[in-house]
Design a protein. Sequence first.
Length: 53
Amino acid sequence: MNILAFLIPISLILGGIGLYAFFWSIKNKQFDDPKGNAARILSDQFDDDPDGK
């Protein structure tokens, strides 16, 4: 039972770090790709062979 005294705060700290990283990435527009999908849908090039072989 004493191990829970260590595991609970550690898990809360790691969860907080993950949440901070998520909000940081949203704030710095890491997930924005305004032209990517719009340009790919109109492209005539098909990527059937992603390795280029």
